[in-house]
Write a protein that binds this ligand. Structure first.
Ligand SMILES: [Zn+2]
Length: 275
């Protein structure tokens, strides 16, 4: 921890970027979550799952409090001690593009959003088998269905639909938290701070013929090393506050848990997808 971060105040404006990045890392990328009965069209960006032990806790009625377990890093892990093993899961993450249209409670429409898709053991085995079958899952499109609320929240039925042919078209549609990747890429090429910020979220790829200045126009995987970087027991203490174990485990039913992205989910038509 730097000296500035250990203090309770900063002078000047250096703290602005730190705070912005702290807020960004708190929320992180959206995660795929499907209500029971939903079907979605999903494109996989990568196929080597980034696997971690992760905790989740229900806080203020929300489940979006995932954080990397501190075991073997800062023993003993605050969450392991306070919440026990039931709040700790082995999860492997892939980067995906959710091609199905989605309308939130405020009426905002989302489509082609780049999201994390986190699979527990059953899903990881499924992805491993599908990768063995196909050789690679990169750029493959799937029709994913979650049959019941007992099934994983990332869907239990993964049916291969097609391989994406037009990566450029997919890139031009893709967005991250409501901002088009094409615009984020262009802004980062002009502004060093934006580039630094973007590089903390995505594994950026530079065009080798541009002296490291131009980004390749292709949807990259998330920068897992940054996104899931262990935040420390002090952070977890802050996060959990005075919550009890019973409150934090809530009505968890081991079906993927990290719900809360809520809203209705349309199935979308796969035939009118332009890539
Ligand atoms: Zn832990």
């Amino acid at each position: 921890m730097s000296e500035a971060a250990a203090s309770w105040y900063n002078t000047g404006y250096d703290g602005v970027n730190t705070e912005e990045q702290r807020l960004q890392s708190l929320s992180g990328p959206r995660r795929l979550w499907m209500p029971a009965g939903a079907t979605k069209s999903l494109v996989l960006v990568d196929d080597e799952a980034f696997c971690i032990h992760e905790h989740n806790a229900k806080l203020n009625d929300r489940w979006d409090n995932n954080h990397t377990c501190m075991k073997n890093i800062e023993d003993p892990c605050e969450s392991c001690t306070r919440l026990g093993d039931k709040s700790r899961f082995y999860i492997g993450y892939l980067t995906s593009i959710d091609c199905s249209a989605f309308v939130d409670k405020k009426g905002n429409k989302y489509q082609y959003e780049v999201k994390l898709v986190g699979g527990k053991l059953g899903s990881l085995k499924k992805w491993r088998r599908k990768k063995e079958d196909r050789g690679s899952l990169v750029g493959t499109m799937w029709k994913v269905t979650r049959e019941t609320d007992k099934a994983p929240s990332i869907g239990d039925e993964w049916e291969f639909h097609k391989t994406v042919e037009d990566e450029a078209a997919l890139f031009s549609l893709a967005n991250y938290k409501g901002k088009k990747l094409s615009e984020l890429w262009a802004k980062a090429e002009e502004n060093e701070a934006s580039m630094t910020f973007l590089a903390q979220t995505f594994q950026l790829e530079f065009d080798p013929e541009s002296d490291g200045k131009k980004l390749v126009r292709r949807v990259p995987p998330f920068n897992y090393m940054e996104v899931f970087k262990p935040r420390g027991n002090a952070f977890i203490k802050d996060l959990l506050g005075g919550v009890t174990k019973e409150e934090a485990l809530g009505d968890y039913n081991d079906s993927g848990g990290s719900g809360g992205s809520g809203g209705s989910s349309g199935s979308g038509s796969e035939d009118d997808v332009p890539f």
